[in-house]
Design a protein around this ligand. Structure first.
Ligand SMILES: O=P(O)(O)OC[C@H]1O[C@H](OP(=O)(O)OP(=O)(O)O)[C@H](O)[C@@H]1O
Ligand SMILES: O=c1cc[nH]c(=O)[nH]1
Ligand SMILES: [Mg+2]
Length: 216
């Protein structure tokens, strides 16, 4: 893929050299928790720049030191970030750095270790989610079932303009998400080789939640 973003389908691999460099550090087994969190936030910020490229602007009358003008600014009221807990919170931090006034929602989903199927345990999103551009964030798209379940639930709550952002995707997860929600563009920093027998992404980075929060 050449520089910038390849948008030939609804899957965009954001392949900027800084993102790839930081992702390499993130993948390393020796990267400690604090550094892992910091890198996740930095990568998210860089990815957000591309993901939010078509964010609507609204006019605002301002005064420069020399004269009045009508400039344009982002309205945080039009945007909603949804974190798929827990690991999504690592990406959320970077996105909030970019748009501090955005509204935030949380969908709690974890993978059952045996079946790998998603179990929902929490759901709280802005009442007016239907009127917002909704950016769903989660570092890992493995089987794709967590993302599909979260987005299905969001649509049931009214969400319409949904985008999905992850750091690493498995080809299997991309296929499952595209099949279930063809209207949802996927943004990722990398598409890895495949899933292993435990439905972990290979080569991947391990368990994103455990590495972000130091729980193992
Ligand atoms: O595509 P899938 O096969 O559904 O797997 C991806 C999910 O697995 C991880 O969450 P996990 O279940 O480990 O929960 P956690 O964030 O609380 O650690 C990850 O953050 C995704 O939500
Ligand atoms: O590789 C994987 C797959 C699911 N969840 C993770 O955190 N990592
Ligand atoms: Mg986990």
């Amino acid at each position: 893929m050449s520089g910038g973003a390849d948008t030939t389908s609804s899957v965009t691999v954001i392949d900027h050299p800084l993102i790839e460099h930081k992702l390499t550090l993130l993948r390393m087994a020796t990267t400690p928790t604090g550094e892992f969190r910091r890198l996740t936030r930095e990568i998210s910020l860089l990815m957000g720049y591309e993901v939010l490229r078509d964010l609507p602007l609204q006019p605002v009358d301002i005064q420069t030191p020399l004269e009045p003008m009508t400039a344009r600014q982002v309205s945080g009221k039009k945007l909603c970030f949804i974190s798929i807990l827990r690991a999504g919170n690592g990406i959320l931090d970077g996105m909030i750095d970019l748009v501090p006034s955005a509204r935030i929602g949380h969908v709690g989903v974890y993978r059952d270790p045996a079946s790998h199927l998603p179990i929902e345990y929490y759901f709280k999103v802005p009442d007016d989610v239907a009127e917002r551009l909704t950016i769903v964030v989660d570092p890992m798209l493995a089987t794709g079932h967590s993302a599909v379940a979260a987005i299905t639930r969001l649509k049931r709550a009214g969400a319409r303009g949904v985008k999905y952002v992850c750091l690493i995707a498995a080809p299997e997860g991309v296929a499952v998400l595209r099949e279930a929600h063809p209207d949802v563009p996927i943004f990722t920093a990398a598409i890895d080789r495949a899933l292993d027998e435990n439905a972990y992404i290979r080569p991947g980075l391990g368990d994103a939640g455990d590495r972000l929060f130091g729980t193992k």
